[in-house]
Design a protein. Sequence first.
Length: 175
Amino acid sequence: MPDALAILAEVLGSYSDHPKWTGSPFENIRRVPNTKVGDVGQDFVEKLCLQIGFSVAFPEDAKGKRKRQSPWDMMIEGKTFEVKTASEDKGGAFQFNHVRYHRPYEAVLCIGIGPGSIFMGAWTKADIVTGKVGTLVSMEQGANASYKMSKRPDQLRPITDFEDAILDLLAALDG
């Protein structure tokens, strides 16, 4: 009988994170289940906005509880945002998944978390839909409801530009 435990340990070893994450400040993002990475990003953006002094609001259900599923993720200064969060992949890029054209939001805010750095990008929905921010790839062959947007760090801004980037975006939305 083969040693199933040894075989599984060997297979798991081949799937371990890239060494760039080992001991890094944001290593724990790699341990968060994929379904919760978006929550991490939303909570991060909320706290960042509040520290800056931006107003934030969230979609609520009939009982006033914050919804986790809705057509938009959060409102910043009265504008609706879809928030996407991704950790840096082995190639050094970020894959922002499930960008949806058909949902009623005004802007997309992407948070890219690297081993020791945070990047961000903010675009109007119109710029996403018209391809001004680049080509999006369908998440499912033959479907057109959910897309992936890939960005390298040099295509994003450092998180230290967050306030200015949001102010610029808000001005563009009002313009």
